[in-house]
Design a protein around this ligand. Sequence first.
Ligand SMILES: [Zn+2]
Length: 611
Amino acid sequence: MLAGLQASDPSPQVPAPPRFDDASLRRQADDVVDYTLRATLDPQQHTVRGEGTIRWRNASTRPVRELWLHLYLNAFKSERSAFLRERVGGRGSSAPSDWGWIAVRRLSLLDAQDRATDLLPSMELRRPGDEDETDARVPLPVEIAPGEAVRLAVAFDDKLPAIVERTGYRGSFHMVGQWFPKIARLEDDGTWAHFPFHHLSEFYADFGTYDVTLDVPEAFTLGATGPLVDGRVAGGRRVERHLQRDVHDFAWTAWDRWDRLRETIDGVDVTVLFPRGYGGLARRDLAAVRFALPYDSAQYGRYPYDVLTVVHPEDDASEAGGMEYPTLITSEGPWFTPAGVLSPEIVTVHELGHQWFYGLVATNEAAWPFLDEGLNQYAEVRAMARWRGAGSAAEVLGLRVSDAAIQAVASNLSVQDEPVAQAASAFSSGASYARLVYCRTAAIMETLARVYGEDAVGRALGLYARRYRFEHPGPEQLLAVFEEILGARVAATLRRALFEKGWVDYVVDGVTPSSALVRRRGTLSFPVEVELFLDDGSTLRRQWDGQGESRSFEGPGSSPVRAAVVDPDDRVFIDANLANNHGGDGGGGGAPRTLERATYLMQLALQVASP
Ligand SMILES: [Zn+2]
């Protein structure tokens, strides 16, 4: 999803096309869990009646005697859910005006002859002393061996909440996400990766096939994960079957006021669903997909699905906006968004990027949110810079703010507080989560790209996304790929930046007629340039590997040194303080332009990024 902060300066380097042979790209996921469901919407009561079967295979190396079921809608059941107890700012911080929940009516283990063993009486909805009901334990009467598959018969009733945190209804608009009993992922070693629905956390699941039949009143238009494979209208009802393999979630929307735009982009059938009066924005969403779908496919491996649906909710249902599901994303932005404010484009590009960083590379979003939101934020910054150049966030009244600049400034506000690489539920506030998970990760990547080349960082991310397509990698797999492409020093820097609150501040500490003293503060180091400004108006540049704590740079002797700037091209994007990057006499018309630019950029970005 999208956090509340955005910011970036486009890299001056134009990315070279990635050099990958995608003929060898993995075509299919390991099919671990299949959901065959039928869902009937009552749009007056805002309920969904669901039933069907789940086929689940123990893909781990250990036998199991229990299942864990995520019942995410219960996050909106009462003030006592983990989600609403943990309100730490950001979206979803007020209780919904109408509660939502999921009640499991049937949960049975089916044998080969379809004989059912009722699992409901032994299902444990809660832990002792905790009223959260989003993470249910289901003891099994038999052991399920590695490789063995079981079938479950399920039936459930959803009451959708008034729109809150990506799901729910407003009037007759329904955005139905996190709506069915969902089996947690069993890791290879036989441990269940299950968790309550925490306030800041998202999801994690195995790949499989979703075969879902949706039943709504005839007047309603549907949008859903996967292509429509069968549809009919009869008896006042519209029934659509959507079928998608190789995905790990399924979301849908139903509204009697959707308008629709359709276009084939890069071989993909793209649909934009939008409210009447939002046609201009829908065309902007489509334009963003027209750029970003082929761009992301080239960078991170080809988008493997036949369809993509962009849902653009009405402004007063914007809590449904800015969210990602497999083959279905939600954008946001009011119908009157000025053409120069690119927030709708940024949201669409961001959510589309999630088809890779979350969708195809299916990391544990609760345990390591930076692996999806952070890497995807950088993917967003790259795409926006490539598409829209210097004004990639806004271009208003002649001022241009890039998407990347905002990340750098926002990320420095929280870097001392807690690490980037930690569980979503460990963050102290929504603001800190946004600044570190989203902005810091993107600013670190942008720094590596500016210092070591965007091509190299692009190749690392491209390799990572391809190698772990349809897999569930962790941080170590990411770091290993960076070591492979960029070397051990860069991988160590990346580790320190992500796990150890790594920071850096380059400082010009003194300028004399004969030399300039430059310092490096902090725990990270990058090679930098130092530019000396001489009395005779000339300048010269020196290199520093940036590894020691300080270094003195001698002038040429022919003319006194008047001023100095460290990192004159702003390559170290996460520099904690740009105001001390220069020293000496900056007046008299000789003030380094880079400094003025940096300070200006900083002020501008702060205005954008501040709450
Ligand atoms: Zn996101």
